[in-house]
Design a protein around this ligand. Structure first.
Ligand code: M6R
Length: 615
């Protein structure tokens, strides 16, 4: 995790670095720091525990200034969140390093450096890197060469930015695993963990490849591959926009993003379907030049891989795919999939789902899939220039717009929409009955309006959330595709309100979790009018007869009446094909208001980061 930004310019870089950090805060926000080489060639550093705003405050009273600098916002992996563990890390008061990733062999490197007299100030894995570079450089070699030689000793993943007061015209970067992008300016150049960090200063970017080391001066960029050979990497002009972070009338980004869902869903649907058919919206081709339509015609098996909320979207899609096609679909969390041996499956389409496109486990799983062999890889992603998009054969973009709140909301519902678009194209490629396709399209076309109607329950759900302020636990129940909806509801609640929440298939309750049910345990469930409704209602009776308090989002047709221990919010009637998408929305609002009442940091909940770029 963590975010890196750096600049070498003819103007002071502190404000550029700070703005870059603000834009990278989604990657981690437990501490931040910045180092520059001053006009009289001194290495100056400032660090602060907490968010970038804390660093900013410290800088207001600091004389730190320079035209070459690096900065970092941290999500702790090795060493608690503390100022001494914040980056940049420094050696001999002259070299500074920022790092995103994990150095796996840092303990042995640390021991041998300590034996040579290096004193460590932090508990981080990163500090070994800066001392190793100092050691190499003090033997008389230049910074670039020193970084290249140190790379050979490092095991793990890293993106590095390095500066030294011996070389005030040089910013060195290196990439292995963790993402790193170079931004090109006029008489100035930049580095960042993603392009967002650099959009205020440039729109031209070079994506470094794994193994690359680069030396940036104000006017030049030289890149070397893992063998040390000079290489050219393509310059890409980005069309990404800088805006998106205006809160408007909302108190939190999460609330704003929940309310943006009708537009985000509409944007993800626009120009992608007619009244009777799905239009191809899958971009790319395989290395053999095969188009998406032909891959979908051939596919005999689907594997979905993702993490967190994106994984829940995959679980819902499995119900859809297997109920409407003959194609079996497996779904697995990326952190497990990446380490599990599996026989290669030549006719398997592998779909990765990710809001950010930078999730380290998902990227590693994709890498494994490519090595094992499969029919093709496809990513459903919200960030066009992301690593997953670039490294997959095909991409299907969600058009959610930037999602800033750590808790994923509009990215999730647009992923579900994208999965239905994919399903529609799969049905067409497999020459399914037109009736199925038309039903799917009809549901999707109604979706933005139905989500608007659900959002009208905002105030009622706020009221319901008052009941959760004093709760320490909650159970979420669902049946069929509503079970992953319940899983997503539980994840949202624990993520931002810190209430322990678990989800169960409602039919599983009697096999153990029913023992937890008493008047203190809130049980939240979604009850759309689907084929499993009657089964669900029987399960709810089991809860009620044991004194459990039920909170139910129910279709009118479910005829679940508000009573002493049942709190009901009536939902609009929805076609079964879109029920999972619609019923996810009230659960987002319930978590949101519970967190607001509990006074947590809704958009930046403790211990989390928006994009998890470490294992
Ligand atoms: O960017 P991704 O979709 O790959 O991220 C995966 C998870 O880290 C993410 O969904 C996480 O679970 C969210 N914070 C949940 O709200």
């Amino acid at each position: 995790m963590c975010g890196i930004v750096g600049a070498i310019a003819q103007r002071p870089v502190t404000e550029i670095l700070l703005e870059g950090l603000r834009r990278l805060e989604y990657r981690g926000y437990d501490s931040a720091g910045l180092a520059v080489i001053s006009a009289d060639n001194l290495l100056m550093r400032e660090r602060a525990l907490g968010k970038v705003a804390e660093l900013e405050k410290k800088l207001e009273n600091s004389s730190l200034a320079g035209t070459l600098g690096i900065a970092h916002t941290r999500w702790a992996t090795h060493g608690e969140p503390a100022e001494r563990n914040a980056h940049p890390h420094v050696s001999a008061n002259r070299i500074a390093v920022v790092h995103n990733g994990i150095i796996e062999n840092y303990e042995e490197l640390r021991e041998s450096l300590q034996a040579e007299g290096y004193v460590f100030e932090s508990d981080t894995d990163t500090e070994v890197i800066v001392h190793l570079i100092e050691k190499a450089e003090s033997q008389g070699i230049e910074l670039l060469e020193a970084v290249m030689s140190v790379r050979k000793k490092l095991r793990g993943a890293y993106a590095l930015g390095v500066i030294s007061n011996d070389e005030p015209d040089s910013l060195i970067v290196a990439r292995h695993g963790s993402p790193l992008v170079i931004g090109l300016g006029l008489g100035e150049n930049f580095i960042g963990s993603d392009i967002q960090a650099m959009l205020p200063v440039t729109s031209r970017f070079i994506y470094l490849e794994n193994g690359d080391t680069a030396q940036l001066s104000r006017h030049e960029i030289n890149i070397y591959d893992e063998n040390g050979d000079a290489v050219k990497r393509e310059i890409q002009q980005s069309t990404a926009s800088m805006c998106a972070s205006d809160l408007g009338e909302y108190r939190h980004y999460m609330h704003k993003e929940i309310f943006e869902q009708p537009q985000a869903i509409q944007a993800t649907l626009d120009s992608r379907l007619t009244g009777e058919s799905f239009i191809n919206c899958i971009v790319g081709e395989t290395s053999e030049g095969v188009a998406a339509k032909d891959i979908l015609a051939q596919v005999e098996e689907i594997q979905i891989i993702a993490c967190g909320t994106s994984y829940h979207a995959g679980l819902i899609a499995r119900y859809w795919i297997e109920s409407l096609t003959e194609v079996p679909c497996n779904v697995e969390v990326a952190s497990e999939y990446r380490y599990r041996r599996q026989p290669p499956k030549k006719n398997m389409l592998v779909i990765t789902l990710s809001q950010s496109g930078e999730t380290a486990d998902t990227l590693a799983a994709l890498d494994k899939v490519k090595q094992d062999g499969c029919l093709a890889t496809l990513t459903i992603c919200n960030v066009p220039e992301s690593s997953l998009t670039r490294e997959s054969d095909f991409s299907l973009m969600t058009i959610a717009g930037p999602e800033i709140g750590v808790a994923s909301t509009k990215a999730f519902t647009t992923q579900l929409v994208a999965l239905q678009l994919l399903l529609g194209q799969l049905l067409q490629a497999k020459q399914a009955d037109d009736k199925l396709i038309i039903e799917l399209i009809s549901g999707l076309k109604q979706l933005p309006v139905i989500v608007e109607q659900v959002l009208e329950h905002d105030k009622a759900i706020e009221k319901m959330a008052e009941d959760f302020i004093e709760k320490n636990n909650a159970l979420f129940l669902g049946r069929g595709e509503q079970y992953p909806v319940a899983m997503e509801g539980a994840l949202k609640l624990k993520e931002i309100s810190y209430i322990h929440a678990e989800a169960y298939p409602a039919g599983e309750l009697k096999h153990g979790p029913l023992a937890l049910v008493d008047s203190e345990m809130p049980i939240i469930t979604v009850a759309p009018n689907t084929s499993l409704l009657e089964k669900l209602k029987s399960n709810l009776e089991e809860v009620r007869s044991r004194g459990g308090m039920l909170y139910v989002f129910a279709d009118k047709a479910a005829e679940i009446k508000q009573q002493d221990n049942i709190y009901v919010i009536e939902m609009p009637a929805v076609p079964e094909s879109i029920a999972a998408i619609v019923y996810s929305v009230p659960l987002q609002l319930l978590s949101y208001y519970t967190a607001v009442f509990k006074g947590t940091d809704v958009d930046k909940p403790r211990n989390l980061a928006k994009s998890v770029t470490v294992e």
